[in-house]
Design a binder for this molecule. Sequence first.
Ligand SMILES: Cc1cc2nc3c(=O)[nH]c(=O)nc-3n(C[C@H](O)[C@H](O)[C@H](O)COP(=O)(O)OP(=O)(O)OC[C@H]3O[C@@H](n4cnc5c(N)ncnc54)[C@H](O)[C@@H]3O)c2cc1C
Length: 407
Amino acid sequence: MTDITIIGGGIVGIATAYELLRRFPGISLEVLEKESQLALHQTGRNSGVIHAGIYYAPGSLKADFCRRGLEATLRFSAEHGIAYEQPGKLLVATSPVEMERLAALEGRARTNGLAVRRVDVAELREIEPNIVGLGALLSPTTGIADYGAIVRRMAALVDELGGQVTCKAEVRNIEERANDVRITLADGSIRTTRHLVVCAGVMADRLAAMCGLGGDFAIVPFKGEYFRLAARHDHVVRHLIYPVPDPALPFLGIHLTRMIGGYVTVGPNAVLSLSREGYGKLAADLRDLRDMARFPGFWRTLRANLSSGLGEAANSAFRHHYLKACQRYCPSLELEDLLPHPPGIRAQAVLRDGTLLHDFLIRNSARTIHICNAPSPAATSAIPIAGHISDRAADAFGLKPEGALSR
Ligand SMILES: Cc1cc2nc3c(=O)[nH]c(=O)nc-3n(C[C@H](O)[C@H](O)[C@H](O)COP(=O)(O)OP(=O)(O)OC[C@H]3O[C@@H](n4cnc5c(N)ncnc54)[C@H](O)[C@@H]3O)c2cc1C
């Protein structure tokens, strides 16, 4: 019998394992990850940005976790010799509507306690000669990280603290009972644990449903396709360059990102994916399609976001459409500059009424805690999320600092 089992070896699961072992030394803890390596899904397939928290609704978990996550990620990377940089971010407005949205974002950023500053056309031209726009908002603290390296280091620390990380362990069923939780793996073996924390990313809704915590939301997968810019553009920008996003959507728009490794990517778009974990252009999964089709919220969100969805689909199908979106603020890019780069698939929770859930959603039963929605910036926010889950575990599971558990 393990004290705590965590499902999911992405950054949220591994950060939570590390935090629980630090706070409650002496507990037995195992992480179950279905893949042969950690961080193979969202955590290893993202933009690598350490967000500062400009966009998020004041008072939301996202705003709080992101602000604290920036500092925590920088500190962890520095302490463990993991590469990071703080080039800062420029949100560039290219139309009068976007200038209005930029003003609203500036207000929001200040309410969130962030130090941002406006950049006019002349200064924009001076600091980013390859970028055009009517104006911009500078977030000087935004950074870039190597989230895969962070996860690997945290997993080594979990091991040092006596925890166990087990890969190739796919959870197929969860049965919560009065005194324990019974977990069935794909190979038929059974694990028994006193308590369970589920950080399963794109599979969150399925695992929540196994514990009676689902049904009213579903994960809809949105693929984010990237291109890597040709090497001649490695220094095309000094900052991270973002468009001004549509406030109705949880996605930030196609941006130019300087990556750890010294190259630049452009992306991601946000196109409905026909498979939760199929990264090929035409990947489709029958179970994923069936689950989407049966969930009424999927059809409602599809209808509500039809025009932006069609735009994203066009970006995905035709490279010159994608290029146009980038050329709005970086006109020197050409079609042959867009080289292949692996896509990612976002886990986006949608409610039955079609609402795209912007904030984190965390639920618990007597013996389980489920991270039901951990969208971007959950990589930035993983360390504060882990702290929040540990607080919740202390309350719900009766954990004491010395590691004793109430049965
Ligand atoms: C395209 C894209 C760009 C992004 N850009 C950024 C960014 O720049 N900055 C930022 O902060 N965030 C970004 N994000 C968001 C961020 O990457 C995710 O929010 C974060 O990685 C979520 O981590 P996670 O651990 O919850 O999920 P994941 O990394 O997806 O991990 C979940 C794990 O659970 C495992 N699992 C699932 N089901 C089971 C099961 N039944 N049994 C065992 N294991 C299971 C999976 O195999 C997986 O390894 C981006 C995301 C995407 C997709």
